[in-house]
Design a protein around this ligand. Structure first.
Ligand SMILES: NC(=O)c1ccc[n+]([C@@H]2O[C@H](COP(=O)([O-])OP(=O)(O)OC[C@H]3O[C@@H](n4cnc5c(N)ncnc54)[C@H](O)[C@@H]3O)[C@@H](O)[C@H]2O)c1
Length: 279
């Protein structure tokens, strides 16, 4: 595996491109919006410059990574060995993109999805070779977070898993392998905790600050569940909660009324300036 193609240059895509280029792969980045590619490449450069300034990244590594990274079209991405999509969380969009890529991709190419909640089997469903599809769930910011959650559908081939595990190790991530079950390991546990914390605010059990402190100091979580919900976005977590409540048949994932009201008021967390905290 030498060439990595990344589709979607947003929050996650530019980070995936960065860590891949830093590990010595040749990387092609594409997006439906050309301005997004420019922004993404700009963010990679800024991240690497900051790393050099802080003495965490050698200047030669920065220069090598930037030289290995280029913008391209979907055809250039489809010619890669590992193709990772990081487009918005919409099943039909992800299915459509992989179907288009499959028309010209080499037979050995692996297709990886960065979905945070959708079924990997459903994303692979319409392809001629669903065995080449696997989940690579990265965390934000990609160049900082150590975890790579690899999601294996019943159809995923063993050699595809082995190759992606090697890729994960080469980019310096700690890899966990999880079955293609709703919410995988991370979202299922994280969202459950978040919903219960919101219910506790709703019931006046304690303030958001004290609930977060309970988990941060009492359980050594680096960030409390309400602050984390603010960081991810209340709207994003609400949709994941709705999906998991249905998919798992578990009302614990049902978004509390307080969350629905906050989302309706535009209190989405960090990105809107207000959530459980003022940002
Ligand atoms: N943001 C996070 O913290 C996070 C964490 C883990 C996983 N994810 C998942 O990663 C994926 C991407 O999320 P994001 O936060 O990077 O989104 P984003 O909105 O920041 O970026 C998505 C990019 O995809 C581009 N795009 C849209 N349609 C396209 C198409 N047809 N072809 C090519 N590019 C297209 C958009 O222009 C945009 O630049 C989603 O599946 C999301 O659930 C996000």
């Amino acid at each position: 595996m030498q060439r990595i193609g990344v589709i979607g240059a947003g929050t996650m895509g530019h980070g995936i491109a960065q860590v891949s280029a830093m590990a010595g792969y040749t990387v092609v980045l594409t997006d439906a919006d050309p301005a997004a590619v420019d922004r993404g490449l700009g963010k990679v450069r800024a991240n690497l410059d900051k790393g050099v300034e802080k003495g965490k990244v050698a200047a030669a590594l920065r220069d090598g990574a930037l030289a290995a990274l280029s913008a391209g079209d979907l055809a250039a991405v489809a010619a890669c060995d590992l193709i990772i999509e990081a487009v918005p969380e919409k099943l039909d969009l992800k299915q459509r993109i992989f179907a288009e890529v499959e028309r010209s991709a080499p037979a050995h190419a692996i297709f990886a999805t960065n979905t945070s909640s959708l079924s990997v089997a459903a994303i692979a469903g319409g392809l001629a070779d669903p065995g080449r599809v696997i989940g690579t769930h990265f965390f934000n910011p990609v160049h900082i977070m150590a975890l790579l959650e690899v999601i294996v559908a019943d159809t995923t081939r063993h050699d595809v898993l082995a190759a992606v595990q090697r890729y994960g190790e080469r980019i310096g991530k700690d890899v966990i392998v999880v079955k293609d079950a709703p919410g995988f390991a991370t979202s299922r546990l994280g969202v459950c905790l978040g919903m219960e914390a919101i219910r506790m605010v709703e019931q006046g059990v304690a303030s958001p600050q004290d609930i977060d402190k309970a988990m941060e100091l009492g359980y050594r979580h680096p960030v409390g569940p309400l602050k984390l919900t603010d960081m991810v976005g209340l709207d994003v977590r609400m949709h994941i909660g709705e999906y998991l409540a249905g998919a798992l048949g578990n009302p614990a994932f049902e978004p509390p009324q307080l969350m629905r009201d906050m989302v309706a008021r535009g209190e989405l967390g960090k990105k809107s300036g207000k959530g459980f905290y003022t940002w």
